[in-house]
Unconditional design. Structure first.
Length: 192
């Protein structure tokens, strides 16, 4: 009986699990980024209200289409591989800006998923941390063009934080509250 229980437990532990980096978030996140996540709901609402009031009808339709997609479980979702990605900036300098599509890549280095935005002038590179079944936390570093991104924790000019949500079989997004430049909320939309 004990042997069967041991085999059952060993089988469960050996089953593949999603590549989510967990457990280190609280020791890594900067106080400034924790504050940004704490204010996420209020900042998101304000930015979206500004975007809807002042954005062009075609860009508001794109934003609403993105936001209409409910969060789904990350269980069984493989983020690794090539992605198309675009940034939507809401609130602040311009009410709403929707950029074109660029290239992103997600890899798994054994400790979790790592994102790199490979093209476009504003880039990001960083890691994901488990935050429940339907949300991940992203900690990253922003850079411009082909500049080497500084390590996360280098300061508010480059540090990035956001919540990632899976929205379909081949799509997901990251919402960045209070980014350092230009907007109140950035959304990085990704699709296969």
């Amino acid at each position: 009986m004990r042997r069967l229980m041991f085999i059952a437990i060993a089988t469960i532990l050996a089953a593949p699990a999603p590549a989510l980096a967990t457990g280190e978030l609280q020791s890594m996140i900067t106080p400034a980024d924790q504050t940004r996540l704490d204010g996420y709901g209020a900042v998101r609402k304000e930015a979206i209200d500004e975007a809807r009031k002042g954005g062009s009808p075609s860009e508001v339709a794109i934003l609403d289409g993105i936001l209409r997609k409910p969060a789904q479980s990350f269980a069984g979702f493989d983020m690794t591989g090539a992605w198309q990605c675009r940034t939507i900036k809401a609130g602040n300098l311009s009410p709403l800006v929707v950029y074109g599509w660029f290239r992103c890549r997600v890899t798994d280095d054994g400790s979790g998923w790592r994102l790199q935005k490979l093209t476009g002038s504003q880039r990001t590179t960083g890691r994901f941390f488990d935050d429940g079944d339907k949300r991940l936390v992203y900690l990253g570093s922003g850079s411009v063009n082909d500049d080497r991104p500084p390590p996360y924790g280098s300061g508010p000019e480059s540090d990035q934080v956001g919540y990632a949500f899976r929205t379909g079989a081949r799509e997901w997004r990251i919402e960045f509250p209070s980014p350092h430049n230009e907007s109140k909320l950035d959304i990085l939309e990704l699709r296969r």
